[in-house]
Design a protein around this ligand. Structure first.
Ligand code: UDX
Length: 458
């Protein structure tokens, strides 16, 4: 079959692969290829055991793979053969040199730009999809413009807003698609190419176009605003615990104001995931760089409150369990940074588990999808932790349950059965406010929610 256009994604991670799967599914007239230097990841995408767990993704991959969706490890050949290239490589926070701990590490990004330049015999559209600091497109353009001039490149910014666990529905029904370009003739033509792709399934009013810098900055700001809501409600949860207010009631009352809205107001042990902290720190770094220390401090406080929320949580566990955890068995229910994903990047559970171990607790971790990642995150503590998939077996013989992830599964466990199998007095620290706390208290547990009075007999 002759395809209208050939599209490539460099990077087969959580962003690149699902986005391309959706494009392949919605645009059968386009050939879509995903490449990655990580051969085992590509092999996994070509197998029945996909490397990313996303509800609904398997079915679409099965439908499109081999039809107009292909996974390959031959990065250079694919660059040569494709006209439209999405760059979806990872941009972790720098761990060294200037901006360490804050700025984005752009080495993979720059390497990719050079690789595109070296392997292009025809002009191409290059689209940044990874979240990047503002002005990265400019750096990209400079590298791409350093060639001999026959081959030209248009760089677009098309940040991805999908969330993990809901990637398929977010990609299928996005709130908006954002496309930033240079406002030159060729920039606008490149923009129109990309609009054409999304128009296969996204209605025109949801496709927002802007200049390239606005598009880059909007992604950082969207994540910063979302994270800020979580930190705002978590900050208030601390106040609720000191008074007789209940954070769920406060969130409901506040969120019904249509100007505020009800989403992202769930108090818990803080946000995790690969984006929020990284993007805010990136924003903070940019503010410092442009001489705006007050603005930097404002956004940095969102991350500080997130850390504070975890400190508070662990201090509460320690204090409630008579100021010693040494030798006590603690069952960590959930390790993923949120429900419906096996991803544990920046999961609050990592930090909290380490703190439990530092108190010499014996930790048992259970999670329906994230145990392999958990074991990698905690590799240096191997031997001190047990990983048990079945939550009932994990909880048996423990002194406390510490709920870290809002898996639906944990709402409906047979807590009576679990209580019977635990050491008494038995504790639940509900870091996500998901169990029926009153019922658990009646069963016999001492229940410590977030942002509400404890239900305890001690
Ligand atoms: C986020 C953005 O939502 C997405 O648009 C962007 O593309 C990538 O970053 P993601 O990291 O997948 O997506 O997860 P998200 O659902 O936003 O949750 C982030 C964290 O905040 C999770 O740890 C979650 O548990 C926590 N959270 C979220 C709360 O604690 N309370 C809430 O009310 C909402």
């Amino acid at each position: 079959m002759k395809f209208k256009k050939k599209i490539l994604s460099i990077g087969a991670g959580y962003v690149g692969a699902p986005s391309m799967v959706m494009i392949a599914s919605k645009c059968p007239d386009y050939k879509v290829t995903v490449v990655d230097i990580n051969v085992s990841r590509i092999n996994a995408w070509n197998s029945d055991q996909l490397p990313v767990y996303e509800p609904g993704l398997d079915a679409i991959v099965k439908k499109t793979r081999g039809r107009n969706l292909f996974f390959s490890a031959d990065v250079e050949k694919q660059i040569q053969e494709n006209d439209i290239i999405f760059v979806c490589v990872n941009t972790p926070t720098k761990t060294f040199g200037a901006g360490a701990g804050m700025a984005a590490d752009l080495q993979y990004w720059e390497k990719t730009a050079r690789q595109i330049l070296e392997n292009s015999q025809s002009s191409k559209i290059v689209i940044e999809k990874s979240t990047l600091p503002i002005k990265t497109a400019q750096a990209m353009e400079r590298i791409l413009a350093s060639g001999n001039g026959d081959v030209t490149f248009d760089v677009l910014s098309n940040p991805e807003f999908m969330a993990e666990g809901t990637a398929v529905s977010d990609l299928e029904n996005p709130d908006r698609v954002l496309i930033g370009s240079r406002e030159t003739q060729s920039g606008l033509a490149a923009r129109a190419e990309l609009v054409k792709i999304y128009s296969h399934w996204v209605s025109p009013e949801k496709i927002i176009t802007s200049n390239i810098w606005s598009a880059e900055l909007s992604k950082l700001v969207a994540n910063a605003f979302l994270a800020q809501r979580v930190s705002s409600i978590n900050a208030i949860s601390a106040l609720c615990e000191k008074t007789d207010a209940d954070i769920s009631e406060v969130a409901r009352a506040v969120g019904t104001d249509s100007r505020i809205g009800s989403k992202f107001l769930k108090a818990g042990i803080g946000f995790g995931g690969s984006c929020f902290k990284k993007d805010i720190l990136n924003l903070v770094y940019l503010c410092h760089f442009y001489g705006l220390p007050e603005v930097a401090a404002y956004w940095e406080s969102v991350v500080k409150i997130n850390e504070y929320q975890q400190e508070r949580f662990i201090a509460n566990v320690l204090q409630s369990m008579f100021n010693t955890l040494a030798g006590k068995k603690i069952c960590v229910l959930g390790f993923a940074f949120k429900a419906d994903t096996g991803d544990t990047r920046e999961s609050p559970a990592i930090n909290i588990t380490r703190k439990l171990l530092a108190e010499h607790a014996e930790v048992v971790i259970t999670d329906p999808k994230a145990l392999t990642n958990a074991a990698m995150d905690l590799a240096q503590d191997a031997g001190k932790i047990r990983y048990v998939e079945d939550p009932y077996q994990a909880a048996a013989g423990c002194h406390a349950l510490v709920i870290m992830t809002d898996w639906d599964l944990y709402r409906n466990l047979d807590y009576r059965k679990i209580y019977k199998s635990m050491v008494k007095p038995a504790f639940i620290f509900d870091g996500r406010n998901i169990v029926d706390q009153r019922k658990c208290f009646e069963i016999g547990f001492n229940v410590f929610p977030i942002g509400k009075p404890a239900l305890s007999r001690l």
